[in-house]
Write a protein that binds this ligand. Sequence first.
Ligand SMILES: Nc1ncnc2c1ncn2[C@@H]1O[C@H](COP(=O)(O)OP(=O)(O)OP(=O)(O)O)[C@@H](O)[C@H]1O
Ligand SMILES: [Mg+2]
Length: 461
Amino acid sequence: MTAPLPTDEAQRLESLRRYHVLDTPPEQSFDNLTLLAARICQTPIALVSLVDESRRWFKSRIGVSEAETPRETAFCAHAILQKDKMLQVCDAQSDLRFADNPLVRTDPRVRFYAGVPLVTPDGHALGTLCVMDRVPRSLGAEQLSALRVLSQHVLIQLELRRQVRELGTEAAKLRRAETLLSLQFDELTSKKADMAEDITERKLTQQRQRMFLQELLAEREKERKRISCILHHDVGSLAVGMSAHFDAIETALRSENPQESLHWMNKTRKLFHKSVACLKGLAVQLRPPELDVLGLSAALRQHFSRITIRRGTSVLFLETLGQRRLPEDTATILFRVAQEALTNAIAHGQAKQVTVGLKASKEEVKLIIHDSGKGFDPTEKLSQERANMGLQLMQEMVVSGGGRFTIDSERQKGTTVRVSMPLETAETGPADFTANGAAMAEETKTHYGRRSPAHADIRPA
Ligand SMILES: Nc1ncnc2c1ncn2[C@@H]1O[C@H](COP(=O)(O)OP(=O)(O)OP(=O)(O)O)[C@@H](O)[C@H]1O
Ligand SMILES: [Mg+2]
């Protein structure tokens, strides 16, 4: 007679699967227990038998060669129906449930069976620890209680197995998490290093900018001092002189001496012209009025003629800008660059000839200052932490105005400073054209100072 299914069959099978024991190889710990069961109960057969969906599978077996048998013939299938009691069948032939069982009628011709259900902590009977004999018999009280104790050990082994396995899974999960963590840690560390590098780089840039600003402020202060000196010494002493002359004129007038008063008046006029010239020179140095009134080309012309008069250098000015007016900022930047480059060419390059090219298209204006002086190493000078201000200022002004600045120089050959500044187009901005509307004037070529055939031809490309 086939045993009915237990009422918790689905959960029972689920529980059995959680032990991951089905179809695993024999293990000494289980075999020891079946051996003890067989010895204590004095039976030829002892089994740790687990009832699967359609078979019973032996985790440990003594006296049976098959690893599994069909569930329908299993005594255990009956034993697991009563979880809290052991099943003892003293003579299977005379028990209705087993009389026609193939295990009873044919080999191994079982007559006696005693099985203790293996009930899990959550209350499901997975199988039995059972003993069998080929003769009818029964177990004594001590044998029964020993079998019960052994069955508890089987269960402890199963539990241990499950926990070791779960621990193993947890450990593997932990290891995976650890690996992941260490990878993330490495990534964070390298990000931190990158960030530190970024911060260091930023700090260095800020430091450089601070230094540049400090130098700029110091330079401005120097310039103010210089202007103040000119005003105080030159213009101031002229004014003091004039004031003394006025006193002399007054005395001459009071003593009705027209000759004398005329004399002092002429002297005063001379002092007055001198102070006007001095003030004009100062104004030009600060910002040449031509730049605002007549435009860049005119301002440069004025500047070149003043320089060449003073220093005896020849400047060849090639330009196609004519009277075209550039945006004020662009004109100022280009004027300052030309002024500084020319000063350097004369002071450091000791150049006798300088060529300046100025050319504007719709999109940009280009300025080139070439001198055939002594030359130098621009990379070295520009990279010096505390370089002089001229080169740095030129570069900063051009770059901050959105333009490009390059300087090429070779010793004994000369130096070329190249600047190009973007211009806003007619639709978008105020590129100012000449009164007659021409976008591009004809090239004009003007020499300042002593004429020289040796001027390099550096028309901006
Ligand atoms: N055209 C040039 N020919 C030769 N050497 C030059 C030229 N321009 C610059 N130099 C070299 O580069 C250095 C730096 O020039 P920079 O204009 O920055 O400073 P500076 O002219 O010495 O001082 P300032 O701050 O007053 O301009 C100069 O001292 C000089 O050695
Ligand atoms: Mg300079």
